[in-house]
Structures are given as C-alpha cells and as structure tokens.
Design a protein around this ligand. Structure first.
Ligand code: C5P
Length: 309
C-alpha cells in the first residue's frame, strides 16, 4: 500500500504515514517570527506508522489510543489537533483513532508530523470533505513546519519553515539504516540554542536538478547544520555516527534535530550488511528502510505519483 492513501479495513479507515530523513539541512537565518529559515532535502522512507479511524455516531469528540506510551493521547496529540482543525468546518460525528507506532517520537524523523498529515487526509476522506490543495497546505502548516512535506512525499526540497515544497525525482534511489539511540531530543530546544556559524550557510538554493542527483550519488549532498550543536551535548551520537561511517556507507548523518542518525546506501545489499552489524549494537532501535517514491495529494481523495507529472 502506498503511504498517505487511505483504505478501508474491517469498517475502519486506515492510512500509513511514513517517516522522513533530512538528506540535507541548512539553516539560512533566524526570522522575525522566531522560526528559522531552512533549506532542506527531505526523503520519505518506508518506516511507517499506521492510523485507523472509525466514526463514533453517538459522540462529537475524539478518542485516541496509541501503542507507544510516551505519546500523549489527549489534545496535545497532533492527530487531535488535525481533528480539531477539520471538525470546526464539518458537522461531523465523533471519531475513534488507533495509532500504531513504528517511528520513534522526538527522533527527528517527523513521525508526529506524518501522523498529522495522514489524519487530515483520512478524516477529510471519512467525512467526504472537498478540500483543495491550497486549503490542505494551509491546514498542514498550521500543524507544524514538517507537515506540508507529507502531502508530497518522496524526495523534495523544502524551504521557508519547511512549507515551500518542491518535489524532485528520487534519483538515485536510496536505502537507509536508521539508528535511534533510545531517547528524544526537543526540536524547539535545539533551535533555541542554535548559533549560526561565522562561515555563512552553504545553500542548496542554486543547484540544478541534474547536479542534485549527481551530489546524492557521490555522497556529497549529505549535510546537517544542526549536528554540531547536538553532538556537543550528546557525545554518544557523534560516536554512533563515526561507527556508521566506518561501516562503509555513502554518508551518515543526523536527521532533523536528532536524536536518530542514518547511514545512506545506493543498494539494498549494502544497507542489509550494515544493518546486520549495527543491529547487535544495543541501540534503542535500528531500522532498515527504503526511500519512498513520491505521491502527491492535490485534493482529498485524489492521489497521483510524482511520475505522472
Ligand atoms: O513547527 P514545529 O512546531 O514543528 O516546530 C517546533 C519548534 O522548532 C518551533 O517551535 C521552533 O522553535 C523550532 N523551529 C524553528 N524553525 C523551523 C522549524 C522549527 O525554529 N523552521
């Protein structure tokens, strides 16, 4: 099943929402609204959560169940926030939601952001709302900076706070070993303590699509400006990154504001070989995941792959 396209399963509407990795993340500066201006190359991966929705005809509220006890199931949950945004405009009955987590929280993998985007798509489908791409985009950004990317998936350049999304062909395809050290890092705190380097940003801005693919193949695109600040505080992450590099990957980086790290590969075989080694390492969790091709949610209920464009 392609991520972000809901399907019916025993009377419940189900949707799989992927994680993302930042192949490239540069901070261009701090904005007047307190957010940071970013230049990113994001990649959706097949490590997915599954959300299931059922109508509660006798209620107008939301009840959330989640198999990860570290995630709040009250109105702090991004699925509840997505529901609140849509419920305002739909005279809809209540809903019960089951969230099956694979993606660790607070890991820089945007699992909660993907859940939020998936909840918008699933609830609008459940309630037969007619939402345009523009409306969906505004709703996703209201839920968080990483949420708009999930309407496109695949590989995409994301700018601004993260909401200016330009899909690019996922060439060459990539495989990843993802290591989660077993603890969460707050994105807000990482940005609050972030200091711009004196050398200035090395922006992706001017690169052509052809050059982009060549830089991915050569391993020279991979970069994360937030690493230095995070590694200075959590030395273990830098050691873990070195171990991944020593395993012979294309590149190894932190995703987002951490705590997860990934090693990138051009082939499944190489990724599997490293996975077999580092899986024994006693980390919080290790995953093997393929980079996903793009999808694009233009309107609710309509789904096309990037290849159709
Ligand atoms: O938008 P979101 O709620 O996901 O962001 C979490 C926090 O990360 C923000 O409150 C902000 O402190 C920080 N952030 C930022 N610049 C961005 C994205 C997030 O400073 N582009």
């Amino acid at each position: 099943m392609i991520a972000m396209q809901p399907w019916w399963e025993e009377g419940r509407l189900a949707i799989r929402t992927p994680a993302k990795l930042n192949l490239y993340l540069e901070v261009l500066g701090k904005r007047a609204d307190g957010y940071h201006e970013l230049d990113m190359l994001n990649q959706a991966i097949e490590l997915c959560d599954t959300l299931r929705f059922a109508s509660l005809p006798d209620s107008r509220g939301i009840a959330i169940h989640c198999d990860d006890p570290s995630i709040p199931t009250d109105d702090r949950n991004l699925v509840a926030k997505a529901w609140a945004l849509l419920h305002e405009r739909a005279a809809a009955p209540g809903v019960e939601v089951w969230i099956e987590k694979q993606i660790p929280a607070g890991a820089g993998l945007a699992g909660g952001s993907g859940n939020a985007a998936g909840a918008l798509v699933a609830l609008a489908t459940l309630w037969e709302l007619d939402l345009s791409g523009g409306e969906l985009g505004a709703l996703t950004l209201a839920l968080g900076s990483d949420v708009p990317f999930f309407l496109y998936g695949g590989r995409a350049i994301c700018r601004g706070r993260g909401e200016r999304v330009t899909p690019v062909a996922p060439d060459p395809p990539l495989w990843f070993v993802i290591q989660w050290p077993g603890f969460a890092i707050s994105t807000r705190e990482v940005f609050q303590t972030f200091k711009m380097p004196l050398t200035g940003p090395r922006a992706l801005l001017s690169i052509s699509r052809k050059e982009l693919a060549a830089h991915v193949s050569a391993g020279s695109i991979f970069f994360n400006r937030l690493e230095d600040g995070v590694f200075a505080r959590w030395h273990r992450l830098e050691e873990m990154r070195r171990a991944l590099v020593a395993g012979g990957c294309l590149s190894a980086r932190m995703s987002g504001s951490g705590s997860a790290l990934y090693a990138a590969f051009l082939s499944r075989e190489e990724a599997e070989a490293l996975y077999g080694v580092v899986r024994e390492g006693g980390a919080g969790a290790t995953f093997l995941a393929r980079g996903l091709p793009g999808w694009r949610v233009d309107r609710i209920g309509k789904e096309r792959s990037c290849g159709d464009h």
